[in-house]
Every structure is written in structure tokens, then in C-alpha cells.
Design a protein around this ligand. Structure first.
Ligand code: GLU
Length: 509
């Protein structure tokens, strides 16, 4: 088997891989790893490979595989090789590569780097109990090294489970360089012989990913720092097979604001939850890029292209990153404001058109929604949205057949029910006849009306706003009235008057 190509140069077309185990949704830490893989590949003009590590058959979940791919696609992390797109090193799913792992295992057995072990689970348990009793850390005692081939054959004939273990040197120091951590030293005395092939014929992660990284010409392994303690095992396997290990880039943990390991408790945990909550993929991309990597100055908002251009694994930070969900929200608002009105409209359409139960507009609003109408509304909320989902709330009343204002809200703010009713009566008459029905003209007429009624604008406008939108917090009033149109505005104001009357506040009371 030839040695791996020169893996030392970070500038020569890095081949990176994202290698998720499809056992659950893709959490935010995994997404960040995939993002760094993608960035390095794009930056260096290399390739980004997606590999599915599904050798843990008990925990395999086909839905997880789909949702992982969906998350990556949503973020625009396109892969050059992978299970669905194929590539020169196919297949990219470990369960389809078992022959490769068996061949490698045979080579390791033949060269004496590995051995078959028939130690039973009961024996291992007894060993652990004894270690515990004398206060020693639990671990395998390498007893299988001394089995003879005849003993193994006998055990096999008896139906005992046979695994293959990698032989670890009894002493010595293993040194490797990690791009983030620098030089790492590891004492072999702390490591026992470990399983590379399970009795069910499936390899362990340790073996399988080493074979694949080699076969797939991976130059950089970017992964969470929880793998650092296992890395000596991986290097041992590479060396035993005569291969040069890849460059290791172990990225630090992501912590919540309380400095504990990020979990569901700190908010959404998976990429798709952010999508469902109305975050832009470019905001999550931007946020995660800077969560553990720094461009070297305090730039906070970067386009994808700029991020690719400025990315380098050398600037991945050593200390854990703190996940600040308010910052993400802020970034989302900034990036929403950077969209053109048309672009925002395109993003809002699917959000608004989702079924009500999934967060969309009420099911009573006909789908598809009227694009031309939406186009008029977008500028009214564009500046204020922090998530796409907020538009469901802030635009809902434009689409609703009727709004149900709160009686109290109608006469809120320095007003009273009788004044509110009077204001609405006068507004109704104006709204029926005013021409043209356009924001500026409406505003001028309403201000003149306030003057003729000897009222301040506030007590006149507030009941109209609540009558028309259902809420005192709404986009600019006259733009809103013009967008909804005379017929529906007149109907809403008339309904609000009836509501006040039904509650004993008829005009003239
Ligand atoms: N399948 C492993 C995981 O999901 C991959 C770790 C690695 O990148 O080497 O954690």
C-alpha cells in the first residue's frame, strides 16, 4: 500500500471530511465542525467529503442520516463526494465498506500488530470488580495477548465471541502535533490494547475511520477535542499499516453562557431547529464561523465569500467558545436588513405558508398567499424583524379575514371607551370617503380630523390602529391602512365600534 501523499501543506487543496454517526439530530457543535471542514476545503480549492459512520448498528437511525444532510444543505455546505453524490472513493457509507476493514484487520493480525481475543464479558466484569476493589482505574489487562491460536480456535468452536485488539506498546511516549493545541504528548503506559474489530464483524470507530481517512486521501481531520485522548490509538493504526497520519485539528468545546457544556437547556440544539425558528442560514453560518475562530480583527458580520477568503485553521481558538444566543439573534436581524425587499419576500413566503401548527399563518388564510400583496407589506416590517418567524405575528393581521381587538386596548393610552368610540366613528366616516387612499394623504386627512375634533393625534390614532391591526404595536399606521385597503379597513373599524358598543361605550355616552 503506498504511503499517503504529502499532508503537510495546508495550502495545497485540503481534503476534509465530515463523518457524522447517524444516531440523532445534528447538533450545533457538529455543524460547526462541518463548517470548518467546508471552509478549509473551499479556501484551499480542495474537496469536502461527507462520510456516514454507521457501524454502530444498535444506534443507527435512518432519519438522522436524512436530517444531517438536510442541515448541511440548509447551510449551503455542499459536499464534493458523499453517499448520495458518489465520488472516486465510493462507497462513502461505512456499512458498505466492511471488506476494507476486514482486509486491514487481517493485515494487522498478520504483521503481529493485532491479535484475536476471546476474553468473555464475564471475565472483563470480574476484572473491573477486582480493580475497583483495590482502587485501580478500570481497564483491560492485555491478557488476550498470551492466547495461542489453538485456544482461540477452541473458543470459536465453543461459540465464544472473538474480537480483534490492537497491541499498544507497553511503554514510551507518543508525540503528535495538533494544529490547535500544538504538540501533544501521550504516555503509552496509560493505554490498554483496544478493540478494532467487534465480534459481529463490524469495525470500531477507531479502526474504520482511520482506514477511510487513508483510503479517501483525507489531509485534515477536523473534529471535536473530545477525540484528543483517542488520537494516539488512531496514529498507532496508521503507523502499523505504514501510513502517514493526517493533520489533526481538534476544535474546542462550545459552552453555554453559564460555562457548562452546551445542551438543549441553552436553547435550540440542532441546526434545523434554528431554521424552524426563523433564522437565516447565512446568520447561523456567520455565527458558527466566529464561534471558535477569529479572522484576526473584530469583524462580526462577514459574507460567505469573505469568510472563505479569510479562514485558516491556524486561527481556530484554543479556549472554549461561549454560545451567546442573543448575539445570534442580533446577527440575524442585521442580515435580514441586508437582504433586498424581494429577497426577504422570498424567504418569508415559505415561513408564512407553513401550516398554522408548524408556525405559519392561520390555516384560514388561503395558500398560496398573494405575492403582490406581500411585496407591499415587506417594507413595513423589514427594519424590525429579528427572525423570519416574527413576520407571522407582525404580518398576520394583514392577511386575516377579521381581527379581534381587545376592548381594553382600543381605549388604552390617555383615552377612555367613550372617546375611543367617538374617534372611531369620525375615522370611519373619513375612511369611507377619503381619496386617494394613500399613506401620505391619509395621514394629512387624519391630522386635520384630529384638529377639527380638538383632539391630539394619539387618542385618535390609537383606537384606529388597534381596530385595524388588533394590536397597539404595529407597523406605521397609514402605510398599514393603505396596504390593507379601504374595504377591509372600513369593516374592521365598524366591527371595533360594535365591540365598544356591546361593552357599553356607545358614542355620546
Ligand atoms: N463518527 C464520529 C462522530 O460522529 C466522527 C469523529 C471524527 O470526526 O473522527 O463523532
Amino acid at each position: 500500500m503506498p504511503l499517503s501523499p504529502d499532508r503537510s501543506s495546508a495550502n495545497a487543496g485540503a481534503r476534509t471530511r465530515f463523518a457524522p454517526s447517524p444516531t440523532g439530530m445534528l447538533h450545533i457543535g457538529g455543524v460547526r465542525t462541518a463548517l470548518y471542514d467546508w471552509l478549509l476545503a473551499r479556501k484551499t480549492g480542495g474537496q469536502f467529503v461527507l462520510r456516514i459512520e454507521d457501524t454502530d448498528r444498535a444506534r443507527y437511525d435512518p432519519e438522522a442520516e436524512k436530517s444531517i444532510m438536510e442541515s448541511l444543505r440548509w447551510l449551503g455546505l455542499d459536499w464534493d463526494e458523499g453517499p448520495d453524490v458518489g465520488g472516486p472513493h465510493a462507497p462513502y457509507t461505512q456499512s458498505e465498506r466492511l471488506d476494507r476493514y476486514r482486509d486491514a484487520t487481517q493485515r494487522l493480525l498478520d504483521s503481529g500488530h493485532a491479535y484475536e481475543d476471546d476474553t468473555t464479558p464475564e471475565e472483563l466484569e470480574e476484572l473491573r470488580d477486582r480493580q475497583k476493589a483495590v482502587g485501580k482505574p478500570p481497564g483491560y489487562d492485555n491478557r488476550g495477548r498470551h492466547r495461542t491460536p489453538a485456544q482461540i480456535e477452541e473458543s470459536r468452536a465453543k461459540g465464544l465471541q472473538i474480537v480483534v485488539r490492537m497491541k499498544v506498546p507497553d511503554r514510551g511516549i507518543l508525540r503528535f502535533n495538533d494544529t490547535v493545541r500544538g504538540d501533544v504528548e501521550f504516555d503509552f503506559a496509560l493505554l490498554q490494547d483496544f478493540v478494532i474489530m467487534k465480534s459481529d464483524g463490524y469495525p470500531t470507530y477507531h479502526l474504520a475511520h482511520v482506514i477511510d481517512d487513508h483510503d479517501m486521501d483525507i489531509t485534515h481531520v477536523i473534529r471535536g477535542e473530545e477525540w484528543i485522548p483517542s488520537t494516539p490509538r488512531h496514529i498507532l493504526i496508521h503507523q502499523a499499516l505504514g501510513w502517514a497520519p493526517p493533520v489533526y485539528v481538534h476544535v474546542p468545546l462550545i459552552l453555554g453562557k453559564d460555562r457548562s457544556k452546551l445542551s438543549k437547556r441553552h436553547g435550540a440544539a440542532s441546526a434545523l431547529e434554528y431554521r424552524d425558528q426563523g433564522f437565516l442560514p447565512e446568520a447561523v453560518f456567520n455565527f458558527l464561523a466566529l464561534l471558535g475562530w477569529s479572522p484576526g480583527d473584530d469583524t462580526e458580520v462577514m459574507s460567505r465569500d469573505e469568510t472563505v477568503r479569510r479562514f485558516s485553521v491556524e486561527r481556530i481558538l484554543q479556549h472554549p467558545a461561549v454560545f451567546d444566543s442573543e448575539k445570534l439573534l442580533w446577527m440575524n436581524g442585521v442580515l435580514i436588513r441586508q437582504l433586498s425587499a424581494d429577497e426577504l419576500m422570498e424567504r418569508l413566503l415559505p415561513v408564512l405558508e407553513r401550516p398554522e401548527a408548524e408556525g405559519g399563518l392561520p390555516d384560514s388564510v388561503a395558500r398560496p398567499i398573494d405575492r403582490e400583496f406581500l411585496r407591499k407589506l415587506v417594507p413595513l416590517v423589514h427594519e424590525r424583524l429579528k427572525t423570519l418567524n416574527e413576520a407571522v405575528e407582525s404580518l398576520g393581521f394583514f392577511f386575516a379575514d377579521e381581527v379581534r381587538p381587545d376592548v381594553e386596548a382600543l381605549s388604552e393610552r390617555k383615552s377612555d371607551p367613550a372617546t375611543a368610540a367617538r374617534s372611531l366613528e369620525a375615522s370611519l366616516a373619513l375612511l369611507k370617503s377619503v381619496e386617494p387612499f394613500e399613506p401620505e394623504h391619509l395621514e394629512a386627512e387624519f391630522r386635520a380630523l384630529a384638529e377639527s375634533l380638538d383632539m391630539k393625534p394619539g387618542p385618535l390614532f390609537t383606537p384606529v390602529r388597534v381596530a385595524v391591526t388588533g394590536s397597539p404595536m404595529a407597523p406605521p399606521l397609514f402605510d398599514t391602512i393603505a396596504a390593507i385597503g379601504r374595504e377591509r379597513v372600513v369593516e374592521r373599524v365598524a366591527n371595533a365600534i360594535k365591540l365598544l358598543e356591546a361593552n357599553g361605550a356607545g358614542a355620546g355616552n
